[in-house]
Design a binder for this molecule. Structure first.
Ligand code: NAG
Ligand code: NAG
Ligand code: NAG
Ligand code: NAG
Ligand code: NAG
Ligand code: NAG
Ligand code: NAG
Length: 782
């Protein structure tokens, strides 16, 4: 987005700021994508990669078509379905089916639109060992005689040295001098055949390029051929080296380059080279066509075509994945230093002492250095290069991603990743979509990747003719403004005489709504807009409804002034299926608890409330104290609920299951319900007591003894106290109040039934009733 903005006039940015300030409601999309002059989908896409067009037929009915262009999220918010949005997405597809040994992926498709960019990662893997093809391209002008002699011994030495780094080495050989035309050579008939006749030396005629020996692994053959080479001669100092190089590179078949080999082209010369345009001196004006012109191994177009330009040569070397090595005389070193900077995959070495070992070292060093440096070159057709840009950043095996173009020091077996970003500036002038392709060429590798770029400048909906409401455009095409009163009627909503709600004009029986600075006015009668309703969570009507004449009209599942409340109460339903656990009501999708002590999203928490079991515990204790004989009306002071006894283990649904554990560890299950407003309590008369065999008997006897003792102590204490008590009072009404902790209380009768149960048999408890005989008050003690 930023790069996109940068391309705009500063005045426009200024304007944007003003609009943003004026508009109370800040909607970023509108200022970027919206324009009053915009009428078509293609114009919309050109406003930037973030802009999209809604081609839904009835989208924002009544609004002008420029409102169809907006950010995707805004379009979705305004009711355009994802399927009706035309958008300039950057897409990357990789065809992984093409196999490769070193470069992957080989085929990549990208879709771009103006202002967008896409990145792909291309992986370049270096193999452990390569076969190597080395082509000697030797300047055979007279001064090179000595060098040529040394070459005779190079072949075997080099192939021996190479075995460490390469699976096999093949050698080839070619020679060059210069274009055999005046003024480069002496055209005197006697000099044409033997340019060295002045020195009484037998020389061969000058030539642009002779291919002598195709790639061979037979080193004795190589040596034999070198021995046959004779010197030639010419007039001027620079030679035609680059012209010959291009032929050696493109004449694949004649030279016999192997497709799987690492290709080295070694140029040996002691002079600078001619460059493009130099041959105008000889009247040659035809530019080099970059094609192979070998006939019977002789370069035939030498006298009709100019020398190649450096760019042309560099392309051809890259295309044919050839590394070049320049072995030049010390004096010319500087001249070539400037040159090799412009040629990728090039090594420059000095031909110092002219010895075979020096040349072997030079080739070895160059090979190692060239292979350890991995770079890619991306070629893009010049015709389209102004509309696209490419950036390459490598991720080197040592982890470095520094701002460089290549990785050095790459070892055999290592992989280099290149992050290649392709971006699009603009569409072609005719506004049509275009397909171009880029070639990502790792320098010196026999494999490359193709990136196919499909530019999206025109919308799909345009070719299908449904980018906007068809009626809308059809009416405008007639050009007649129809002010028919019957047509005006269809612009009035029922019950109002305002045309288009007073916010638009009626054209051809349809409202065309006003453009407001605050936002969009739309709708069949221009009754809707996107700015005059209350906001909830930063969105008008919470994004859940339409704004009709200043009021939110919520979608079905929402309600409230700002559509802030869900219409259903499902969000209040607690796990038990009740609304707010039965302790509150659902207000705006949230539980409002009726009991202030309750909390939690479903009023399910109440630390302050006693549990149902706890609140009925005293009642059960009381009944247990009465021995659970069939007297359910007992304890109606302590019990707040109706009490029933049961003797089966049946538990009822939705009843709260409780348990009272008495002092002697007997367990009394009981169940409580508060359903339907009526509280009820069921006590199970079958208590479970943990007793077994003699221990149980022993314990119960013990308990009995203690109880008897207590009763006796209590009775005697009471008798003693009785003397100081006034007669009458609660003692006489005969109700045992369990909650009363007054130990001085004693009933008139102290008959007690102690029931205990043995484990065996479980369903028929053995009961032992011990009657503590009634003792009449005052009787024995008085
Ligand atoms: C290698 O070249 C020499 C000399 O040209 C020839 O005699 C010999 O047969 C060749 N060897 C092979 C294996 O082709
Ligand atoms: C490229 O070179 C590698 C290794 O030498 C070889 O395996 C592969 O087949 C070559 N690819 C092509 C297309 O020739
Ligand atoms: C050439 O090789 C010889 C012997 O291997 C060595 O002494 C000399 O330094 C080399 N010269 C250059 C310029 O590399
Ligand atoms: C990693 O390699 C890059 C390029 O080959 C080089 O510039 C950088 O210094 C190296 N970094 C380290 C930490 O070796
Ligand atoms: C590739 O480069 C682009 C642009 O520089 C960057 O946005 C992207 O994150 C990079 N991708 C990776 C995987 O590094
Ligand atoms: C129809 O409405 C337009 C404005 O929308 C108005 O100018 C015109 O006078 C109206 N025509 C009639 C016949 O009411
Ligand atoms: C308790 O129940 C009995 C028997 O039904 C009844 O006579 C008595 O009035 C009740 N007491 C109270 C306080 O309700």
């Amino acid at each position: 987005m930023t790069s996109w903005l940068r391309s705009f006039h500063p005045l426009f940015l200024c304007l944007l700021t003003v609009v943003a300030l004026c508009s109370r409601v800040s909607r970023p999309g509108e200022s970027v994508c919206w324009s009053s002059s915009l009428t078509s989908c293609s114009e919309c896409l050109k406003r930037g990669p973030q802009c999209a067009w809604c081609f839904k037929e009835d989208f924002l009915e009544g609004a002008r078509s420029n409102y169809r262009c907006d950010l995707v999220e805004n379009l979705l918010l305004k009711g355009c379905g994802q399927e009706s949005i035309e958008q300039s997405e950057a897409k990357v597809e990789v065809d992984a089916t093409i196999s490769s040994t070193q470069v992957s992926p080989r085929d990549i498709s990208i879709q771009l639109s103006p202002g967008s960019q896409a990145s792909v990662i291309v992986e370049v893997k270096q193999l452990e060992r390569y076969p190597v093809d080395l082509y000697y391209l030797v300047d055979v002008s007279a001064s090179m005689q000595e060098n040529l002699d040394h070459l005779k011994t190079v072949g075997v030495a080099l192939s021996l040295r190479m075995t460490q780094h390469s699976s096999d080495l093949w050698l080839g050989f070619g020679s060059f001098v210069d274009k055999p035309v005046s003024p480069y050579i002496n055209v005197h008939p006697s000099k044409l055949n033997n340019p060295c006749s002045d020195y009484e030396v037998r020389c061969r005629p000058a030539h642009g390029f002779h291919h002598v020996l195709s790639m061979t692994r037979n080193m004795s053959e190589f040596t034999r051929v070198i021995k046959q080479q004779r010197i030639s001669g010419n007039m001027d100092t620079p030679e035609g080296g680059l012209d010959a190089m291009l032929q050696a590179a493109v004449c694949q078949k004649a030279v016999g380059w192997r497709p799987e080999a690492k290709r080295l082209l070694l140029l040996m010369t002691d002079q600078p080279s001619h460059l493009a345009l130099d041959s105008r001196l000889a009247g040659i004006v035809v530019p080099n066509d970059g094609l192979c012109h070998l006939d019977n191994n002789i370069y035939t177009a030498s006298t009709v075509m100019d020398h190649p330009s450096l760019g042309q040569l560099s392309d051809k070397l890259l295309e044919n994945h050839i590394y070049s090595i320049f072995a030049v005389e010390k004096q010319q070193y500087q001249w070539y230093e400037e040159l090799v900077r412009l040629l990728p995959g090039t090594h420059l070495g000095k031909l110092g002492l002219f010895q075979a070992s020096n040349l072997t070292e030079l080739v070895m060093g160059a090979y190692k250095k060239l292979l350890s440096e991995v770079a890619v070159a991306v070629s893009l057709d010049e015709k389209v290069s102004s509309r696209y840009w490419v950036s390459v950043s490598p991720l080197c095996p040592n982890g470095s991603t520094a701002n460089q173009q290549s990785c050095s020091g790459v070892q055999p077996g290592q992989t280099v990743f290149f992050n290649i970003t392709v971006g699009m500036h603009s569409c072609p002038d005719n506004g049509e979509n275009e397909d171009i392709s880029l070639t990502v060429h790792p320098v010196g590798y026999n494999e490359s990747s193709v990136i196919r770029v499909h530019s999206k400048c025109r919308c799909h909906c345009e070719s299908a003719g449904h980018c906007q409401n068809s009626v809308e455009s059809a009416c405008k095409e007639t050009g007649r403004e129809q002010w028919d009163s019957s047509l005006n009627l269809s612009c009035q909503s029922a019950g109002t005489d305002l045309i288009c709600s007073g916010r638009g004009v009626c054209e051809c029986g349809r409202c065309v709504c006003d453009q407001r600075r605050l936002g969009t006015v739309y709708g069949k009668y221009c009754e809707k807009d996107d700015f005059s309703c209350p906001y909830f969570r930063g969105m008008m009507c919470g994004g859940r409804g339409d704004c009709v004449l200043g009021e939110c009209v919520c979608k079905n599942e929402w309600t409230g002034d700002m559509c802030e409340c869900p219409a259903s109460t499902s969000s209040c339903q607690s796990a038990d299926g009740l609304l707010c656990s039965g302790h509150g009501e659902c207000v705006c999708g949230r539980c409002v608890c009726s009991d202030p002590r309750r909390s939690g999203s479903f009023c399910e928490r109440c630390p302050a409330c006693q549990s149902t079991c706890q609140s009925n515990m005293n009642c059960v204790v009381c009944h247990v104290a009465y021995g659970l004989s069939k007297k359910e009306d007992y304890c109606n002071k302590t019990c707040t609920t109706a009490v029933h006894y049961t003797d089966n283990g049946h538990t009822r649904d939705k009843w709260v299951q409780c348990m009272y554990v008495s002092n002697n560890n007997c367990r009394y299950p009981f169940q409580v319900t508060t359903e339907a407003g009526e509280a009820e309590l069921h006590i199970n008369t079958r208590a479970e007591c943990p007793s077994s065999g003699r221990v149980g008997t022993f314990l119960s006897v013990c308990a009995l003894t203690v109880l008897c003792g207590l009763v006796i102590v209590a009775v005697s204490r009471l008798l003693l106290q009785k003397r100081h008590r006034p007669p009458g009072g609660t003692v006489a009404d005969g109700v045992y109040n369990c909650t009363d902790k007054d130990l001085s209380y004693i009933p008139t009768t102290n008959e007690k039934t102690v029931t205990y149960r043995r484990d065996r048999p479980p369903d028929r408890p053995v009961e032992m009733n011990i009657q503590v005989p009634k003792m009449a008050f005052n009787d024995p003690w008085h």
